[in-house]
Design a protein around this ligand. Structure first.
Ligand SMILES: N[C@@H](CCC[C@H](N)C(=O)O)C(=O)O
Length: 276
């Protein structure tokens, strides 16, 4: 069976995007892993499926699968690409959208310069709901790997994140520490691991080891998590420029109980058809 797709990217975090409204398709884990392969497939960090709305007040439902084939709850860079995809493919004429995912509803607004702002929801700080095996909520937790005690902040944006502050992000052991912390039994559903260097109170550098993928060029929910955790730890201001290996995002957060806003680019790369 031949399926049509678009390849898109947000700061180098890349996606296969499929309109499953006009082509109702089911992908199993093995098929997703093969399509995600950068030698034998299309190559992507996440597969995004656009579906018809499942409730009255939303425009689209969207599903997210990591390159390892597992379905996940949220994807920030993917949300910006999805907003551009549905407009480009003529599925909507709207500049403002409400989009449901596995964990809640987010909303997007497309700007004249092509950038997209996404309201990513209110971060969840309670360890039980991240989920993380810690009894008490705190701004810092201790996680041990490689005989080292790491101090991390943690929260959920629908998907779980932890963030550690490092002196020089270019020298951080993102693969080693990232994979060990990602699979640490303190995080029962694994976790995305951010390495944050604070440059100034309104500027950080960030690298993210993503659950189900490995290090990516950018992670939108990871950028939101770092900005919020940095603010909770009194290291950052309310508006933060986040420099990722693939480019820059702006994150705005008014503080605990408020939604996070992420602004950045979303680009179409090519479209094609592939045999499933
Ligand atoms: N790249 C994404 C996050 C994708 C999901 C993540 N790997 C997870 O497993 O939760 C982003 O831009 O937010």
């Amino acid at each position: 069976m031949l399926i049509s797709f678009a390849k898109m990217q947000g700061l180098g975090n890349d996606f296969m995007v499929v309109d499953t409204i006009s082509q109702p398709i089911y992908f199993n884990e093995a098929q997703i892993r093969r399509l995600a392969d950068r030698h034998y497939g299309i190559g992507f960090d996440q597969l995004l499926l656009v579906e018809a709305p499942q409730q009255p007040d939303v425009d689209f439902h969207y599903r997210i699968f990591n390159a390892d084939g597992k379905e996940v709850e949220q994807c920030g860079n993917g949300a910006r690409c999805l907003a551009k995809f549905v407009k480009m493919m003529g599925l909507t004429w709207k500049y403002k959208l409400r989009i449901s995912t596995l964990k809640g509803v987010i909303s997007s607004r497309m700007h004249k310069d092509g950038n997209v702002t996404v309201e990513m929801g209110v971060p969840v700080l309670s360890p039980q709901r991240i989920p993380m095996r810690y009894a008490e909520q705190n701004t810092e937790y201790s996680v041990e790997t490689h005989g080292i005690r790491h101090k991390v902040g943690a929260l959920s944006l629908g998907n779980p994140h932890c963030v550690m502050t490092v002196e020089d992000v270019s020298r951080a052991s993102v693969d080693d520490w990232g994979s060990a912390i990602c699979q640490h039994n303190i995080f029962p559903e694994q976790v995305n691991v951010g390495f944050m260097q604070v440059v100034e109170r309104n500027h950080i550098k960030l690298r993210v080891y993503e659950r189900g993928v490995g290090e990516t060029l950018a992670c939108g929910t990871g950028a939101c998590a770092a900005a919020a955790i940095g603010q909770l730890q009194d290291k950052l201001d309310k508006r933060v420029k986040v420099q990722l290996p693939g480019g820059r995002l702006t994150i705005d957060w008014e503080g605990d109980g408020q939604p996070l806003y992420m602004t950045g680019p979303a680009e179409f790369v090519f479209e094609g058809q592939i045999e499933l």
